[in-house]
Design a protein. Structure first.
Length: 147
């Protein structure tokens, strides 16, 4: 799930746990977006450490999971050895997933901004039409002249 900076700003005003995590601070969407943009390496390390902590506490594990017929790699047996190469490959996969997540967050922030501009478009068009209608001939009048 990707959450835009604007949605995080709103959630910080609503969610008590998030208020506690931010020590009562109320960052704006711009501050959140700038933080994400300016600290990608630190965020990536935090995400990686968080996954490793969850695995260490056995809150997440290596079990076989199938979603819509897609089988994900899992530790199928207690006798399976985890090699250094496998661990390094898994860490690279986690890194790529984090990169993908961060780019999705960036896209989400940009998309939210574009959507806000698009919502203003009809109002801006109405203002423009009012200004031009007093100084020019309407399109329907021109069309009736030629038909």
């Amino acid at each position: 799930m990707y959450v835009s900076s604007r949605a995080l700003e709103k959630e910080n005003a609503r969610n008590i746990e998030l208020m506690w995590l931010t020590s009562g601070l109320k960052p704006t969407y711009k501050t959140i977006s700038d933080f994400r943009k300016n600290n990608p390496k630190a965020l990536k390390q935090v995400f990686k450490d968080f996954v490793l902590i969850l695995k260490g506490l056995a809150l997440i594990g290596d079990t076989l999971i199938a979603l819509d017929g897609a089988f994900l790699r899992a530790n199928a047996s207690k006798n399976t050895l985890i090699m250094k190469k496998t661990t390094q490959r898994d860490l690279k996969e986690v890194d790529s997933n984090i990169d993908e997540y961060l780019s999705a967050l960036k896209y989400s922030d940009e998309e939210t901004h574009t959507t806000k501009l698009a919502k203003q478009l009809p109002r801006n068009l109405e203002i423009l039409l009012k200004k031009t209608s007093s100084t020019s001939v309407s399109a329907t009048n021109l069309l009736n002249k030629f038909v």
